[in-house]
Design a protein around this ligand. Structure first.
Ligand code: ATR
Length: 289
């Protein structure tokens, strides 16, 4: 508590997103629609913050009475130096994308991974426990997803990465959280042959606009029983998803991850359930113009 800008009849709740660049962000449209849908007075603005001004900008949250902000590229790691408290999961993941101001105390969270997992469960696989999951890539996005995934008690997680050492480091770091292994791209055909795989998740940018004909892994490896998920939402149906669908796989795109990472942030700031459908509609409409 301690936020003076909450509730009807009081000052509007101030929210925003800090990044560089920031002009393309869809978060303001999504959160302003969410505030409106739940009938809360408030506003969410894009904040263009350069690296050398990040610390000042974070102090500004308290000075200006912002209830919170999202933090996006390239500040998700650096911002950890400037908040007062870091949530345990965000600490393990090594990145913060959401800050909550409670009476001048700033707490950093990571809602990207849990947002993705909530989306995957709501839209494709309601129960992830006991599933065998293959994750392609092991960058920042993958860290959030794999961490949140391991909380769901999958039977196994295999990380495949172009640079296999990085996947090995991640598998070693989180060995205590579950059954997690790695492999190189050249071993992939063998892994698909010898190991049952339920879900394939692409966390790399391979297939994203404008290079939309690229595939992160060979589509020939996919089998109809697999759920194939791609974090990319531009385009909504990547080449990987399109090929997976034609094989008969169930497919899941990255739109839900964006919506649900925002939903968790909205819930932290407002204490109310996020109006998911209103948020999804706004983002979908903004993608189609
Ligand atoms: P993000 O924060 O979006 O995850 P990142 O931290 O730069 O971005 O990580 C990108 C991931 O996509 C990495 O796993 C990267 O593989 P490397 O570790 O080998 O660099 C992977 N990736 C990016 N471009 C790729 C490509 N063209 N082919 C295969 N993997 C790629």
């Amino acid at each position: 508590m301690g936020n003076e800008r909450k509730g009807p009849g009081e000052l509007p709740m101030l929210l925003g997103v800090m990044g560089d660049p920031i002009s393309q962000t869809k978060s303001p449209a999504m959160h302003n629609a969410a505030l409106q849908a739940v009938g809360m007075a408030g506003t969410y603005v894009p904040l263009h913050v350069r690296k050398e001004r990040l610390e000042d900008a974070i102090r500004g949250i308290v000075a200006l009475g912002y209830r919170g902000v999202n933090v996006t590229v390239p500040h998700k790691v650096d911002v950890m130096s400037y908040v007062d408290v870091i949530d345990e999961a965000a600490k393990e993941i090594g990145a913060v994308n959401t800050i909550v101001n409670d009476g001048g105390i700033l707490t950093g969270y990571n809602t990207d991974g849990i947002g993705y997992i909530r989306s995957l469960k709501e839209e494709a696989v309601p129960d992830l426990s006991g599933k065998h999951v293959l994750v392609v890539g092991c960058g920042g996005a993958a860290r959030g997803i794999v961490y949140a995934l391991l909380q769901e008690k999958p039977a196994s997680v295999i990380i495949v990465n172009r640079t296999v050492q990085k996947a090995q480091e991640l598998a070693d770091e989180w060995a205590h959280l579950g059954t997690i292994r790695c492999c190189g791209m050249e071993e992939l055909a063998q892994v698909f042959q010898n190991q049952h795989i339920d879900i394939v998740i692409n966390t790399t940018s391979v297939g994203m606009y404008p290079k939309m004909d690229e595939l992160p892994i060979s589509a020939e490896l996919l089998l109809p029983h697999m759920v194939v998920s791609d974090l990319i939402y531009n385009p909504l149906k990547t080449e990987l998803l399109s090929r997976a669908e034609s094989i008969g796989c169930r497919i899941h795109n990255g739109l839900g991850m964006f919506v649900y990472q925002g939903a968790y942030a909205f819930e932290y700031w407002t204490g109310r359930p996020a109006p998911i459908e209103a948020m999804r509609t706004v983002v979908l409409n903004s993608l189609q113009v």
